[in-house]
Design a protein around this ligand. Structure first.
Ligand code: ADP
Ligand code: MG
Length: 510
């Protein structure tokens, strides 16, 4: 994280630099201990210390959003921690790296390149991604036009063959986390090098997790770095459509020719051709011809090659010969990173809109399905706020997104409830199932039964069975008991409420 600091250390004031660096390391260690790993990673992971002077510490952060949050919540703490290292420090100045960069690159690119460096993205993709997007766009085709770089054989124009690229789907705008780092690294590698390192690159993962985004990003990047290379991106569906059309017009030779002269072929959502035999056959020929000529092929699908039912065995196994990179469902940290990037983008273009961090944290907790829904949720909240002219708040977000939140509700299991409740009351998990009747274990057990009834769809007998084979009448009794106790005992009601919220909120983070 301190690459620049370290470089400077070689040339001037090495000892002093070194000292500063270890001071900063100590401050960060303390912050991490105070804030916890997850919060620390969300906000401090990619904060650089630029220097100290005139009683000021200067920090650089990736986004405006992170700057606002740090300024609002952490400056006092930062000053205090620095003073412990260096009593002359009175103030912390926080700069946004991208603003500095964007100003240099021209105002037009600012809103897009801000997204470049949410914590992990910047860490994983250091300088190349800093190039202004406008340079990519400069030699890109008209927005919305068909896409294939360079001439692609006679007769058929790029508009017929390729599919348009989304200008937002760039590496700069792709936030990297644990779940997608392999796919991202492979995509970058393919985009940046002219050598064919792995062929094909096979990207797979559930819907809305960024496969199409990565493929477009590869196309944009190649176009920027190697504009002479011919890149063709299309969906498997479009491939089939083109093929059928060629058959109808008895033009299959030309069809084949066009594909076989590209340097990089990307076919998105290849699961689409399952069960479609002649399309598969043609696809396979094209695929083999390109691979034999050492042209890069990149494929995406919603499942792994071996799970592609309805696709011939020889094709499936051939698809898995190169590098197979899967994109896992997002984790909380990545969801928050993505939301921060998008929020930053909105706030830097949207005038007065302010999106409180608590709302982003709430969304990252609760919208767990996929990135598309996550983005959609944020957009909806923002659109609503600007329509009715109200500031964005947690309450409003909950209100606007009620349906989405419901469909994202976690399925809580009885085992989870038992574990949580046992932890909360500091009893052994085994006591949930045991026959012990002492109040200290019987009450928590009843609460766990009560929550099982409320939070799962299990029937009373099923719940009874999970609690050491108890009768369903015992469960009914527990539910009634807790219901009535909650009415008279505010403390107990609070406990039950807290447990419910913990269970609904998700596993580890709370
Ligand atoms: P898929 O093709 O896997 O179904 P997409 O590539 O269409 O998913 O992604 C869905 C949406 O989520 C797009 O708007 C995309 O930009 C966004 N998205 C997905 N992953 C990320 C990520 N890691 N960082 C930023 N945006 C992402
Ligand atoms: Mg897609």
């Amino acid at each position: 994280m301190l690459e620049r600091g370290e470089l400077a250390a070689v040339s001037d004031g090495a000892a002093e630099r070194h000292d500063l660096k270890s001071q900063w390391e100590r401050v960060k260690t303390r912050l991490k201990a105070e804030l916890g790993d997850a919060t620390y990673a969300s906000w401090f992971q990619n904060v650089d210390m630029i220097g100290v002077g005139d009683g000021k510490v200067v920090l650089a952060v990736p986004t405006r959003f992170i700057r606002s949050w740090l300024a609002a919540h952490q400056t006092d703490r930062l000053v205090a921690l620095w003073q412990a290292e260096d009593p002359s420090v009175q103030k912390v100045d926080i700069l946004v790296r991208d603003q500095v960069r964007a100003e240099a690159a021209g105002a037009a690119s600012a809103s897009v390149s801000v997204m470049a460096s949410t914590p992990r993205a910047a860490a994983a993709s250091p300088r190349p991604s800093a190039a202004p997007i406008s340079s990519v766009m400069a030699n890109a085709p008209r927005p919305g036009s068909g896409y294939a770089s360079g001439p692609i054989g006679e007769g058929v124009s790029a508009d017929d063959l390729g599919a348009p690229l989304d200008p937002r789907f760039t590496f700069e705008n792709f936030v990297v986390g644990k779940s997608n780092e392999l796919a991202h690294a492979a995509a970058r590698r393919v985009a940046e090098t002219r050598d064919v390192v792995f062929n094909p690159l096979f990207l797979y993962g559930g819907v809305g997790l960024g496969k199409t985004h990565l493929m477009h990003a590869i196309a944009w990047e190649i176009r920027r770095q190697h504009p002479e290379r011919k890149v063709l991106y299309l969906s498997a569906e479009k491939f089939m459509y083109q093929f059928i059309r060629a058959l109808r017009f008895k033009d299959t030779m030309a069809f084949k020719q066009q594909f076989r002269t590209v340097d990089v072929l990307m076919v998105d959502d290849v699961q689409f051709i399952s069960g479609k035999e002649s399309t598969q056959e043609e696809f396979f020929h094209t695929f083999n011809a390109l691979i034999d000529h050492n042209r890069q092929v990149i494929i995406s699908a919603d499942r792994s090659p071996s799970d592609l039912e309805g696709i011939e065995e020889r094709i499936r196994s051939r698809l898995g010969w190169g590098l197979v990179a899967d994109i896992h469902p997002t984790d909380y940290e990545l969801r928050l990173g993505i939301l921060q990037a998008k929020a930053d983008d909105i706030m830097s273009t949207g005038g007065t809109i302010n999106i409180p961090p608590a709302v982003l944290e709430f969304l990252a907790h609760r919208i767990v399905s996929n990135v598309r829904e996550l983005e959609g949720a944020l957009k909806r909240v923002v659109a609503y706020a600007s329509l009715v002219g109200r500031p964005i708040s947690l309450d409003m977000a909950q209100d606007v997104l009620r349906d989405l939140l419901r469909s994202n509700e976690r399925k809580v299991t009885i085992e989870e409830i038992q574990r949580r409740v046992a932890e909360y009351y500091n009893i052994r998990l085994g006591d949930m199932l045991s026959a012990r009747r002492a109040r200290a274990v019987a009450r928590p057990r009843q609460i766990a039964m009560y929550l099982s009834k409320q939070l799962t769809t299990r029937s009373l007998p099923e719940i009874g069975r999970k609690f050491g084979g108890r009768d369903h009448t015992t469960v009914i009794h527990a539910v009634r008991k807790i219901d009535s106790l909650c009415k008279e005992d505010a403390g107990l009601e609070e406990d039950v409420d807290l447990l419910r919220r913990m269970l609904e909120g998700g596993p580890a983070e709370l």
